[in-house]
Structures are given as structure tokens and as C-alpha cells.
Design a protein around this ligand. Structure first.
Ligand SMILES: *[C@@H]1O[C@H](CO)[C@@H](O)[C@H](O)[C@H]1NC(C)=O
Ligand SMILES: *[C@@H]1O[C@H](CO)[C@@H](O)[C@H](O)[C@H]1NC(C)=O
Ligand SMILES: *[C@@H]1O[C@H](CO)[C@@H](O)[C@H](O)[C@H]1NC(C)=O
Ligand SMILES: *[C@@H]1O[C@H](CO)[C@@H](O)[C@H](O)[C@H]1NC(C)=O
Ligand SMILES: [Cu+2]
Length: 852
């Protein structure tokens, strides 16, 4: 039965259909009523006429052959404010040209192509090439007067691993102007960082050459007999290995070393939930894998300094073993396969589907990646580090946000084992953009969503994902405003339509996603769904939801307090997620101030108080203050959400004389990080201590984190606290750094995957006296009712000519999931062999295959 489709038939609903006025079903209902009870029938006719008129369900046999085909489901063309997107990603051709330019002898970079299988850590090679965003003032000048002459110069940020240097180091360069030509130069990019050099030990993960030596270091072949006995598995570096390793970060404190705890898991689907409780601490500092070594082995709270010591204890019978557990074979529970149970009632029917019968109401310019809808307009940007970003967001012709972009996502764990208690992930390191996956039409976004592509470039080549971003209009199925009243003009409703812009990134276990089989790092197999939801009243909701696998721990009773058993030997480990966004608001211009509003209780006396109630009254009162010093602008939402924060332009007032502003309104689960001061997250994610912070905008502070912050908690390349240096933030161009997050106390229902309904967090940007009244009243998808002139008559109504459209929607294409488009460093489509390399590259840290 599962999967079989058959539309609902009249017979299925006949007994239920009491109010249906039409043909055959009515006869059936009536005859049943006469037979069974006349009381029911009279109750039916006692209902007021408007209740009797409840619309009938639409049934398959009501299908009206003469209905016309609906309008096209393709979007209309948008008119962006400027014909070029100043924040566009580099094209494959541009990255190829830059690669060639970098390779010429004059550059003296001595580069080895990154796609060579033989690439060694002691080689110099290009880790990443991406667009470097132009200065805001240059872009604003261009948007003001978009001519080819006013177009800001285009630059690339190029990250080179100088493994061959006497002192190996990573350097970031600025290369431009583009396209590559006579004028093109390169210089080191340092002004956006708080240190001059990026330590080599903090570098991004690159080649297999880097990960495979670890297998030798940890001596798993010598341990094969023992691991088979203790865990029912082995890791020999073969395709059919039954154990697989994952590593945790940070890998360093300040760049002086590169070390990780490796934890072993069963190599089965959902491996993140199959840790075996076996841990190894490994040193992989420097560029010479022959110097790497195993430092420690931990098993069942016993610590060993070498494989030999572990073997000795094992063989002389003094090893304290973990109790044997029953779930060493079954792994069905960690797959997404539907359990073999009967379907729920009517579940054989496909559920409701969102269809814009009259045609899509948003416009898209594919060339510039610009979208407009109901007064909103915005450009899209996309980068390796954090994926989708929104630029020059305007509402009703006025710029509201210059840049809206995720910055970093942390996940800090707790536990009593060396894996969970040492984990503090920063996803920018893995590349939220590089890890964006094609979305599933009909599952991740409605069928009628418009998908937009994104291209990212790594040391192996470029990947284009055709469905990296989706845009769709969505019926929230609730009115934005409504009221029922009996006076003329009181009764009506405005439909709650929203435009949703979405991208999903899978890093490791959460969809944020990554995977190979010596390492499958436990990065939570986190799927992070980034939503930007635009409303008719000028509100934007920024929402993040997570799904995917937990970074599961090995469950034994002493883990109580650090999580919850979710299977015989698996636990969900306690952790916090905090995700930071940059919101460069320009509220009625770029000169803005930070307004703090709070409410508190007061007791007042008034001359007119009467004796009945005493001579004082207790009530609440608003206090409004401007926060003038940046140092006072690292903020938490007030207790009980009594008040909040807003950016306002003190010099621009609405007609009531109130400064126009936009409030930063807490949405779902507005948390900040619980743990402060842990060495593994000492100074590299200081933004996570707050709900939000507001700083003066600077070109030298483009992002609140860097990809190397992951491995530099003690000496981060970007130290957020350094943004706050006592400046006066009155009527300045301000940036709000706003967090969302979840305190994740895992539970049985996190298996197999965390659910996006509760693992979600958001904030709202909402007009605060920005307008003179609610401008959503402009909507013509609205209704206004007028009371009947005579009792018993129907209400009159005005629907502004926007009628429901009855038509047959276009055919939904068959589901298909095409692969990514992969290009080699030469810009040519990569043959399958190397395409797989790129794919593996994407998943590398999380599941390192031990094929040799
Ligand atoms: C079928 O649809 C056509 C066109 O909308 C309409 O004129 C006609 O009345 C409908 N027929 C029935 C039986 O509902
Ligand atoms: C794994 O493969 C090797 C060589 O291909 C073979 O000798 C071994 O028996 C296999 N192991 C298992 C558990 O199938
Ligand atoms: C077992 O081996 C360990 C490691 O060599 C040693 O410290 C311990 O004394 C041995 N115990 C016995 C009972 O032989
Ligand atoms: C900050 O600047 C504003 C406007 O220039 C000024 O009125 C205010 O006094 C300054 N605040 C401080 C603390 O200096
Ligand atoms: Cu989580």
C-alpha cells in the first residue's frame, strides 16, 4: 500500500459530509439521517445559514473537465536597481584565470596544483579562491548611479597554504582588480584580522595526504584482534572496514600544536550514533606526517600512553571492560528508512501542496540573483565560508539592510569522555557555503519554488549546485491582521502571505552535512536550514532550524547529567548551538542610534485617586534610553522580555514625531551560549556570550569570525571583543550582530534525526514607528465586510477584485536528484573520478575512508 496513489473518493467521506449541499452525497446523508435519527436532521436545519454553507470538500469526482490550465509557474523578470550584482561570487572562468595568474613564475609562489593526488603538506598550494566584497561606500555610489564607470573594482580573496616555507604559514591575499590583466596585483590581506599570520597548525583540512597518515599513527592494525573482541570491528585501511574514526576540534589553542581526539565508531549508516567508547589523542603538528604520534588511548576511563601498554593490560587480563551491550549489530534505528508499520489513516494520500494558481507573485532576475516581492527587493550573495547572504534589502524603494549574512555557528559539547568534553565546533571552518547541498523539491521547498544556483571554489576545483537557494511565496494560513466588528469598516482581514528565501547546509552530522571512512568526524551531522521570511508589514524573520544526526556519545551510567540514553549504548550529549548573523541595518539612512526600551513597575499617586482603591496605584512604565558607547552595546534581552532593542534614526521621524526605527525582536528560542570561559572556546566566539551586540560599521570588521577561529580559541584571527573599543555609536552606520541558538538537551526523539520544529531559533526585524501606521493594509489580498442592512441577510464584502482562481495547475515534474556540476582547476567539467574526489573532499573530515 505504501507509496500507492489514489485520490479520495466520495464514498470515503459520505458519512461525514453533513453540510454538503451537492448532489449524490446529500441524498446519501439524508437517507441515513432519516433512518437513524430525525433529531440530527432538525439540529442541522437549526444551524444558521452561514454555517450550513460551509464549503464542501473537493472530491475526485467533482473534477471539472472544463477548467482551464493555470498560468505559467515561471517567475516574471525582476528589475534590479543596478544591472550587475556587486557581491556576486566568482565564476568558474574567473577562478581559472586567477589560478593561472597565480601560477606564473613572476608570482614566485611555487604552487603545486591542489588536485594532484601527490599533494603533500609541505607543498605550497591554493586552498581557496572567493570573491572579496567591495567597500560599502563604493557600492552605494554604484547603486546610486549604476554605470560601468561607477562599478566598484572586483577583487578576490585567495588563501594559500605555504607548506614549503621555512616557517610554514597560511596567508590570505587580495588579488585584483578583476578581470585579471595588466593592473592586477596581489597583496597580503591582514587588515581584517587581529594577527598578521595565520598559524599553519590552524589551517583548513585539505588532502587525503593529510588524513591518511593518521591511520598508521594510531596503530589500528596492531589492535585489530583487540578491537574485534571489544567492539566487534576493525579498521585496517580497507574498503570493508567495520570501524571508522571521527575527529573533534578545536585542533589547536593558539597555533602552537595541532592535536585531536579521535573517536571510533561502527562504520554503518548513521555512524554518528554508533560510537564504541574508544578514544585516541593524536599529535599532527607541522608538515611532516612521519613526526606525528599517538599520545594517549582512553577506554572505559582507563588511560594508556601507547598501543603497547594498552595491549599489555588487555593481555594480562587487568583491563576493566565495558559491559557487553546488545545493540552491536542492529543499525536500522539510525537510518531514515520508514519503519515497517501500517500507514496512518489516509496517509496513502499526498498532503496539501502550495500552488500559486494565478502565477507566481515574485520576480527573479537570474543573471544578477535579484528577487523582488510585494515591495521587497534584494540581491543574493554566496560564499564558501557561510553560504547565502542578502544584500541591499529594500522595502518600498527604501534601503533597509545593506548586508544580512550568517557569520558563524558554534556547537559546544559536554560529557565525561574525551570526545564530547573536548568538542567545540565552529562551522565556518568547514565552510557552510561549500557544504550547501542541492535541496529536495517538494520536501525542502515547495514544488513551485524557484531554485537558484551557487558555485564555490576549493583547492580541488569548483562545484555548482543548481538548487542551492530556493525562493517561494508561502501562505501562512493565518491572517496578518483581522477584526470582527459591526460598524462599517471594522470587519475584515489581510492575508498572511510571506516570501521565503532558503538555503540548507549540511556540515557533518547535522545537515549542515559532511562524510569518508577513517574519519567521520562527529561534527554533528547538522543540517542547518537558513530561512529569511519577508512579511507584508515590513517585518523580516531570520530563522535557523537544524536537523540531521546528533554527535552521539557512548552511553554508560556515569554520563548521567551530560545527556540522555537514546539507545542501549548511545547517548545524545548535551550541547549548545549559537549562530551569529551580521545585520547591517540602514534605518531611514545609514546614521542610526541604538535605542533601549524597558518596562518596569512603578507606584504612583494622582490627585484624583479616590478612597475606594487607596491613594497609590501600581502599574508599569516605559523607559527609553539611547546606548551611546559601543562598550555598552553587548547585550542580552531584558528579563521576561520587558522591552528590547532597536536601531533608530533620531533625525528621521514619522508624522507623529517619533524617530523611525527597526526593532530587533526575539523570536523562537533566543539563547546565548551557556558556558563561558572554557579554554576550547576562550576568545574565538565571544559574540556567543550575548543575544546581540551593536558596533560601528567598519570595512576592517567585515565578519565576526574567520574560518581559522575554530582552531585558535586562544589567539583568534578575528576577536569579536576587539570590535568594541569605546566608540560613540550615536547616529553612526551601525551593525547589529544577532544570535539565534538552541540549548540542545537531546532525547530519544532525536533519533534518527533532530526535528526542525523544535530545533529552531529566530529573530525578527520589525518596523518600530518606521511607518505612520500598518502598511500591510495596502494589500489587496484582503477583505472588508459590511454588515447586512436587514437581519438574517448575508454580509456584503469588498475583495478588491482579487478573486480565487479555479484552474488546473501544471504537472509537477517527476522527482529527480541530479548530481552537482563539478569543474577541475582548469575550469573543465571534471571526469567522474575527480568529481568523486571533490565530493569526498566535501565530506572528508567527517568520515575518512581508509581506502589506501
Ligand atoms: C466547470 O468550470 C467551468 C469553467 O470554470 C464553469 O463554467 C462550469 O460551470 C463548471 N461546471 C460545473 C459542473 O461546476
Ligand atoms: C575485507 O576485505 C579483505 C580483503 O579484501 C578480506 O580479506 C576480508 O575478509 C574482508 N573482511 C570482511 C569482514 O569481510
Ligand atoms: C598488566 O600490565 C600493565 C602494563 O604493563 C602493568 O602495569 C600491570 O602491573 C600488569 N598487571 C598484572 C596483574 O600483570
Ligand atoms: C555621542 O555623540 C552624540 C552626538 O554627537 C553626543 O550628543 C553625545 O554626547 C556623545 N556621547 C558621549 C558619551 O560622548
Ligand atoms: Cu544539536
Amino acid at each position: 500500500m505504501a507509496g500507492e496513489y489514489r485520490p479520495l473518493k466520495t464514498d470515503d467521506v459520505a458519512e461525514f459530509d453533513q453540510t454538503r449541499p451537492a448532489k449524490n452525497s446529500r441524498t446519501l446523508v439524508l437517507s441515513i439521517f432519516f433512518l437513524v435519527t430525525t433529531a440530527g436532521l432538525s439540529a442541522f436545519y437549526a444551524l444558521p445559514p452561514y454555517l450550513r454553507g460551509v464549503p464542501a470538500p473537493i472530491l475526485a469526482d467533482d473534477y471539472n473537465e472544463s477548467l482551464k490550465q493555470c498560468a505559467s509557474s515561471l517567475p516574471s523578470l525582476a528589475s534590479p536597481p543596478a544591472p550587475l550584482n556587486p557581491w556576486a561570487s566568482l565564476t568558474v572562468a574567473e577562478t581559472v584565470a586567477i589560478t593561472e595568474w597565480l601560477n606564473v613564475p613572476e608570482r614566485a609562489l611555487n604552487l603545486t596544483p591542489g588536485d594532484r593526488g601527490s599533494l603533500a603538506l609541505s607543498d605550497n598550494f591554493v586552498f581557496h579562491i572567493g570573491a572579496f566584497r567591495p567597500a560599502k561606500k563604493d557600492v552605494l555610489a554604484y547603486l546610486e548611479d549604476p554605470t560601468p564607470q561607477s562599478l566598484p573594482e572586483r577583487h578576490a580573496r585567495v588563501t594559500v597554504h605555504h607548506g614549503a616555507a621555512a616557517e610554514p604559514v597560511v596567508r590570505d591575499y587580495l588579488v585584483g582588480p578583476l578581470p585579471v590583466g595588466e593592473e592586477t596585483k596581489m597583496r597580503e590581506l591582514t587588515e581584517i584580522y587581529h594577527h598578521d599570520h595565520i598559524p599553519f597548525n590552524a589551517r583548513g583540512i585539505t588532502s587525503w595526504g593529510e588524513l591518511l597518515p593518521i591511520l598508521d599513527v594510531v596503530g589500528m592494525s596492531d589492535l585489530a584482534e583487540v578491537t574485534q573482541d571489544l567492539f566487534g570491528g576493525v579498521a585496517l585501511g580497507l574498503q570493508n572496514d567495520t570501524l571508522v574514526a571521527g575527529a573533534v576540534g578545536p585542533l589547536s589553542f593558539d597555533g602552537s600544536f595541532r592535536r585531536t581526539w579521535i573517536n571510533w565508531r561502527r562504520n554503518v549508516p548513521g555512524m554518528y550514533l554508533h560510537p564504541v567508547g574508544f578514544f585516541m589523542y593524536v599529535d599532527m603538528s607541522g608538515t611532516d606526517p612521519s613526526q606525528w604520534k599517538l599520545l594517549k588511548i582512553v577506554y572505559n576511563h582507563q588511560v594508556f600512553s601507547s598501543v603497547d601498554e594498552f595491549l599489555a593490560v588487555y593481555h594480562n587480563g587487568t583491563l576493566r571492560r565495558l559491559p557487553a551491550r546488545p545493540d552491536n549489530i542492529d543499525y536500522g534505528w539510525t537510518t531514515r528508512t520508514r519503519p515497517d508499520v501500517p500507514p496512518r489513516d489516509l496517509d496513502y494520500l499526498p498532503g496539501p501542496r502550495s500552488v500559486s494558481f494565478a502565477g507566481l507573485r515574485f520576480r527573479v532576475d537570474f543573471k544578477t540573483q535579484y528577487v523582488s516581492w510585494m515591495g521587497w527587493g534584494m540581491y543574493f550573495g554566496f560564499d564558501r565560508d557561510m553560504g547565502l547572504s542578502l544584500w541591499d534589502v529594500r522595502f518600498r524603494g527604501e534601503r533597509l539592510i545593506y548586508e544580512l549574512a550568517p557569520q558563524e555557528a558554534i556547537a559546544q559539547y559536554a560529557g565525561n569522555d574525551p570526545m564530547q568534553s573536548t568538542t567545540a565546533w565552529l562551522d565556518r571552518y568547514f565552510g557552510m557555503g561549500g557544504n550547501v547541498r542541492d535541496m529536495l523539491p517538494g520536501y525542502d521547498c515547495p514544488h513551485e519554488a524557484v531554485f537558484l544556483p551557487a558555485t564555490t571554489h576549493s583547492f580541488l576545483g569548483s562545484i555548482t549546485r543548481q538548487r542551492a537557494i530556493c525562493v517561494f511565496e508561502h501562505d501562512t494560513a493565518r491572517p496578518l491582521t483581522r477584526h470582527m466588528g459591526f460598524q462599517h469598516g471594522e470587519f475584515g482581514a489581510v492575508k498572511g502571505y510571506v516570501l521565503v528565501v532558503r538555503s540548507i547546509s549540511t556540515v557533518g552530522n547535522y545537515d549542515y552535512l559532511v562524510s569518508v571512512s577513517l574519519f567521520k568526524s562527529q561534527w554533528i551531522a547538522d543540517d542547518q536550514q537558513f530561512d529569511y521570511i519577508f512579511h507584508l508589514d515590513g517585518t523580516i524573520e531570520v530563522r535557523l532550524s537544524a536537523s540531521g544526526y546528533l554527535q552521539g556519545g557512548f552511553w554508560e551510567p556515569s554520563q548521567e547529567g551530560y545527556g540522555t540514553a537514546i539507545h542501549d549504548t548511545t547517548m545524545g550529549s548535551l550541547h549548545d548551538h549559537v549562530i551569529n548573523y551580521k545585520v547591517d541595518l540602514d534605518v531611514a539612512g545609514s546614521a542610526n542610534s541604538l535605542l533601549f526600551t524597558s518596562t518596569a513597575q512603578e507606584e504612583v499617586e494622582q490627585p484624583w485617586f479616590e478612597d475606594d482603591w487607596g491613594n497609590t496605584a501600581i502599574q508599569q512604565k516605559i523607559t527609553r534610553t539611547y546606548i551611546e558607547n559601543e562598550d555598552d552595546a553587548m547585550l542580552r534581552f531584558p528579563t521576561n522580555f520587558q522591552g528590547g532593542y532597536a536601531l533608530v534614526n533620531r533625525e528621521e521621524k514619522n508624522i507623529w514625531g517619533v524617530p523611525r526605527g527597526y526593532a530587533i525582536h526575539a523570536g523562537y528560542s533566543p539563547v546565548h551560549n551557556t558556558v563561558v570561559g572554557s579554554k576550547r572556546l576562550l576568545n574565538n566566539a565571544n559574540w556567543a556570550r550575548y543575544n546581540l551586540a551593536v558596533s560601528k560599521r567598519k570595512e576592517t570588521e567585515p565578519t565576526s569570525s574567520s574560518m581559522w577561529n575554530q582552531n585558535l580559541p586562544g589567539a583568534p584571527m578575528v576577536d569579536f571583543h576587539k570590535f568594541f573599543d569605546g566608540e560613540n555609536i550615536t547616529q553612526e552606520d551601525l551593525v547589529a550582530w544577532i544570535n539565534v541558538g538552541t540549548h540542545h538537551l537531546p532525547q530519544a526523539e532525536d533519533a534518527p534525526n533532530t526535528r526542525t520544529n523544535t530545533a529552531a531559533s529566530s529573530f525578527f526585524l520589525t518596523p518600530l514607528n518606521y511607518f505612520d501606521s500598518d502598511i500591510a493594509m495596502e494589500s489587496t489580498n484582503a477583505i472588508l465586510l459590511s454588515p447586512p442592512t436587514r437581519p438574517g441577510e448575508a454580509w456584503g464584502f469588498e475583495d478588491y477584485g482579487v478573486k480565487v482562481v479555479n484552474c488546473v495547475p501544471g504537472v509537477v515534474p517527476e522527482f529527480e536528484y541530479p548530481g552537482e556540476r563539478v569543474y577541475g582547476l582548469d575550469g573543465k567539467p571534471a571526469p567522474p573520478g575527480s568529481a568523486e574526489e571533490v565530493w569526498k573532499g566535501a565530506e572528508m573530515f567527517h568520515r575518512i575512508k581508509t581506502e589506501l
